[in-house]
Ligand binder design. Structure first.
Ligand code: NAD
Length: 261
């Protein structure tokens, strides 16, 4: 398998896209370190279930990625307990929706801390070991909002554009070292992060949830179909594979045609 004897850390992998990517990397043979919030019993069930299903080692570290010291703790835990961090997927993210003039400064700081600064801190701590070993894969989960904007998402759009820029800089700084750094830019994926936005549309327009879901998709995503965490996991595995060795600094759209319009 592609990733046997590699160790992958996936931030924000107790749910949604991060969990889909963790499953795909484990399926490709990687040992996996999970991270994210949730009920302790449910997370332990998830951890043990992945280990049993794929026959790989699976750990968990509960670092709050909005706190730089805890990010150092996550990379330290993975290195000490599993031997290395070969693949880092910077995925954890949050959303807040409001017009700029009403956007709470505290929410701006929280979105930037998790969606942008945590990508820097994780990379900062994981990169030295990758360079020493002459192999590494950094995969940043940006968004279509790293390429285009939407109203009421100032912090998110700023953070995701920042992630695309950071990805290019890290790609240049690591060129020729065996380490690559790429961004994946999904369109709508049906996860708890998006379900909250669907529920808000349903409530504000007083329409049933399926109609709100169709409106959300129809407004932006020409395919009319959600991207899935499994599909994004497949792309992450490809980025870790031999044929992707010269792919670095890219931001890869998987968006049902959103940005083709
Ligand atoms: P999600 O809400 O399902 O999952 C987010 C994960 O991050 C969870 O595991 C959560 O526990 C974790 N998390 C939240 N705050 C954290 C913190 N402070 N420290 C550590 N972990 C934390 O969201 P998702 O939709 O799977 O989003 C994952 C990433 O994909 C985000 O960066 C998001 O911006 C991006 N994205 C999502 C979509 C979409 O349509 N869902 C589209 C494009 C990009």
């Amino acid at each position: 398998m592609t990733l046997t004897q590699k160790v992958a850390v996936i931030t924000g992998s107790t749910s949604g896209i991060g969990l889909g990517i963790a499953r795909a990397l484990a399926g490709a043979g990687a040992d996996v370190v999970l991270n994210g919030f949730g009920d302790a019993g449910a997370i332990e069930e998830l951890r043990a279930g992945l280990a049993a299903e794929f026959g790989v080692r699976v750990g968990y570290h509960g670092a709050d990625l909005s706190k730089p010291a805890e990010i150092a703790g996550l990379i330290g835990y993975a290195t000490e307990s599993f031997g290395s961090v070969d693949v880092l997927v910077n995925n954890a993210g949050i959303q807040h929706v409001a017009p700029v003039e009403e956007f709470p400064a505290e929410r701006w700081d929280a979105v930037i801390a998790l969606n942008l600064s945590a990508v820097f801190h994780g990379t900062h701590h994981a990169l030295p070991g990758m360079k020493r070993r002459g192999w590494g894969r950094i995969i940043n989960i940006a968004s279509v909002h790293g390429h285009v904007a939407s109203v009421n998402k100032s912090a998110y759009v700023a953070a995701k554009h920042g992630v695309v820029g950071l990805t290019k800089t890290v790609a240049l700084e690591t060129a020729g070292t065996g380490v690559t750094c790429n961004a994946i830019c999904p369109g709508w994926v049906l996860t708890p992060l998006v379900q909250k936005q669907i529920d808000a549309i349903a409530a504000s327009k007083n329409i049933p949830e399926p109609q709100a879901r169709a409106e959300l998709l129809g407004a932006k995503q020409p395919s009319g179909t959600f991207v899935t965490p499994d599909e994004l996991g497949g792309l992450a595995v490809f980025l870790c594979s031999g044929p992707a060795a010269q792919m670095t600094g890219a931001s890869l759209l998987m968006d049902g045609g959103w940005t083709a319009q």
